[in-house]
Design a protein around this ligand. Structure first.
Ligand SMILES: Nc1ncnc2c1ncn2[C@@H]1O[C@H](COP(=O)(O)OP(=O)(O)OP(=O)(O)O)[C@@H](O)[C@H]1O
Length: 640
């Protein structure tokens, strides 16, 4: 068990590793661990932890769902492929309905609920103050750990077979989407104080994230557009919308050789007007609207999605990859998305709004993608360089562009898809079968490496590096946005090798550097995630997807969904950072049971005792204080 205080003031982010076994930096005199624990205790006194608060079940909500369900068109559709091809409880939801509550932020931040969550728990070991070892006690402890651990090998989550097959019939009822808009309208009525804070009004009012035309994407560039540039342009657009500093902005745009899309020009032209009668706008929205009716109604979720992507109309999918200079290789697939590496980037292509199943699943809707984009944009904020933000990390994949596309797959994409199919055997539908009018959301992301399932970890240090980065990233996002990933299976953790010796995290204003052992971790896929963006809560109501919780007994991934359900009591709007800890426990299980890397019996024991201690934590913020991570921290800079 690691109990010493690891620290160094010499290792900095980006330092090159000269040898794989580079010597560890000399210890510094700082007691990082004490600082973190002390600050953490202090912090607990200021921040409410509300995951225990459970809203009473709203039966009316269920009634509403049923009612709206019955008004939905009957699923008279035929899948393009064998509907039984995909059985995907583990890969996604068979029913969905991402839901926002605009007032959530006001409901959860209740100062009177302040509490110290560690009260009543044993004090965490603090490095140099650790007691001399008591071997009898330790033996007893490990016996307990060993007893706790079942070490039950479970089937690979990706290969699970037929147990939901019966439920996945073509004629099966298409579940209702949660009436996000109704809920929003209702909350607006109940909470007029919230003013214009609402998902839709904000999104409709949000300037485009990216402004270059689709043809301008230079796949060879190592930096499509930095987040800072995008943010700067967005803030300038906001300035224009709110005032009359057009000339200043124009100067900036000319200087920086930035050409705006028509839609962005429209945003300029609006100059803050419009979207005033949000309620009227929202009433016009149709949840059933599909992109095939590419209407001129700017109030539809589809139009809002276009707006947030900085487009006035969908781009042709083929045009995105038409320069011919791109090297396109498929790198992975999910229930909803196909992931292609295009030069330095990864494009995740998600079909949406169509009225037939893709990969055995009902297609995502514009409004869900709209919220996913918003969620990605929010997590992007955690990466801001030169930010005085109290919470920063690079653990969540950077989304660089968002594009609404339509039309046929490009020939090069098809080729890449088929190559991957030959090699790996795709579980997805062949994209050539999609109709001409099919719409796609394209997420352009940084390339995060290989997923944990296929990545070969070399040794215990690499396993520790993985655990500390995931835990620290979750802790940071929890702190910043009450973020819960809720689907952190091994396909959603990407790993790449890097020259950086350490990686910087800022948690509640405190900088921490952790040893990377040459690995960089990126977390992807926020489909099930919950986030509080500050004025709205985005989450997916998993109570409408019973199949998700019917996975095989003993399978760690399905057990984790079930445990989440217990923790949340099926009320998914709520903040339950414990769900992050459940996925950390899953991760330790995966390392113990599914990954083979060089390790000793002691290492395995360390992992099992870590798992046991994780079980007691209620958040990743608590978990990151575990002594297992102590000597992975190498430095703590006071925040300037
Ligand atoms: N940015 C990326 N860099 C490298 N590989 C990626 C990236 N994004 C996705 N992938 C690969 O594609 C696979 C599927 O991606 P992702 O999980 O985002 O799709 P999805 O349809 O949302 O999946 P799910 O079935 O879990 O909902 C990943 O497991 C990974 O192998």
């Amino acid at each position: 068990m690691n109990t010493s205080v690891g620290s160094s003031s010499h290792a900095v982010q980006g330092t090159q590793i000269s040898k794989s076994n580079a010597p560890l930096p000399p210890p510094s005199s700082r007691d990082l661990w004490s600082e973190i624990v002390a600050a953490e205790t202090h912090h607990h006194q200021q921040i409410d932890v509300v995951y225990r608060r459970r809203k009473p079940r709203n039966n009316q909500k269920d009634a509403t769902l049923t009612a709206s369900d019955s008004t939905r068109p009957c699923p008279n559709r035929v899948s393009l492929v064998d509907p039984n091809k995909r059985v995907s409880w583990n890969r996604a939801l068979s029913t969905r309905g991402r839901t926002s509550i605009a007032v959530g932020a006001y409901m959860v931040y209740q100062p009177q609920l302040k509490q110290d969550k560690r009260k009543g728990k044993p004090a965490l070991p603090k490095g140099k103050f650790v007691q001399p070892p008591n071997f009898d006690k330790e033996k007893l402890y490990f016996q307990e750990v060993d007893a706790f651990e079942l070490l039950e090998e479970s089937p690979s989550p990706k290969k699970v077979g037929t147990w939901t097959l019966g439920n996945m019939t073509e004629e099966g009822p298409i579940p209702a989407l949660c009436s996000r808009l109704e809920k929003w309208l209702h909350s607006r009525k109940l909470n007029p104080i919230c003013g214009p804070s609402s998902t839709l009004s904000k999104i409709l009012d949000t300037p485009a994230t990216s402004l270059e035309t689709i043809h301008d994407i230079d796949w060879n560039s190592s930096d499509l557009r930095t987040l800072e540039e995008t943010e700067l342009i967005n803030s300038l657009l906001l300035t224009v919308k709110n005032g009359d500093k057009k000339s200043l902005v124009n100067e900036f745009l000319i200087e920086n050789d930035i050409d705006l899309q028509t839609n962005d020009k429209m945003l300029f032209a609006q100059n803050g007007e419009g979207y005033e009668d949000i309620e009227a706008d929202v009433k016009k929205l149709s949840l059933a609207s599909t992109s095939s009716s590419l209407d001129s109604d700017h109030s539809s979720p589809f139009s809002a999605l276009l707006a947030i992507c900085g487009q006035s109309a969908p781009s042709m999918l083929q045009d995105m990859f038409s320069s011919g200079s791109e090297t396109i290789v498929k790198v992975g697939e999910g229930t909803f998305g196909e992931a292609f590496k295009v030069n330095n980037y990864v494009c995740k292509i998600v079909p949406f709004d169509g009225d037939f199943r893709v990969n055995g699943e009902i297609q995502k809707k514009s409004e869900e993608l709209l919220e996913e984009v918003l969620l990605c944009k929010t997590l992007n904020q955690l990466r801001r360089k030169n930010s005085d933000s109290d919470n920063l990390c690079r653990t969540f994949i950077e989304c660089i562009e968002f594009r609404v596309c339509q039309g046929q797959y490009d020939a090069a994409l098809i080729q890449a898809w088929e190559d991957w199919d030959h090699k790996h055997g795709s579980e997805n539908d062949h994209p050539r079968e999609f109709p001409d009018k099919q719409c796609y959301m394209v997420f352009v992301q940084e390339h995060g490496g290989k997923d944990l399932e296929s990545f070969a970890l070399l040794n215990f240090d690499e396993a520790r590096a993985l655990l500390v980065q995931v835990t620290a990233g979750l802790a940071v996002a929890e702190s910043a946005y009450e973020f819960e990933h809720r689907d952190l299976h091994w396909g959603n953790i990407l790993i790449s090798r890097s020259d950086s010796v350490t990686l910087q995290f800022t948690l509640d204003g405190r900088n921490m550097s952790v040893k990377t052992y040459g690995l960089m971790i990126s977390v992807i896929d926020f489909t099930l995630s919950r986030i509080n963006t500050g004025d709205r809560i985005l989450y997916l109501d998993l109570s409408s997807d019973p199949d998700l919780f019917k996975g095989p007994k003993g399978d760690k991934q399905s057990e984790t969904y079930r445990k989440m359900k217990d923790v949340t009591e099926d009320w998914w709007e709520g903040s339950y950072p414990k769900t992050n800890v459940l996925w950390l426990i899953y991760l330790v299980d995966i390392l113990l049971m599914k990954k083979s890397f060089e390790r000793s019996t002691k290492h395995e024991r360390d992992l099992r005792s870590l798992k046991k201690r994780f079980d007691k934590y209620d958040s990743a913020k608590e978990a990151i204080l575990d002594p297992f991570f102590t000597d992975l921290f190498v430095e703590s800079d006071p925040k300037v």
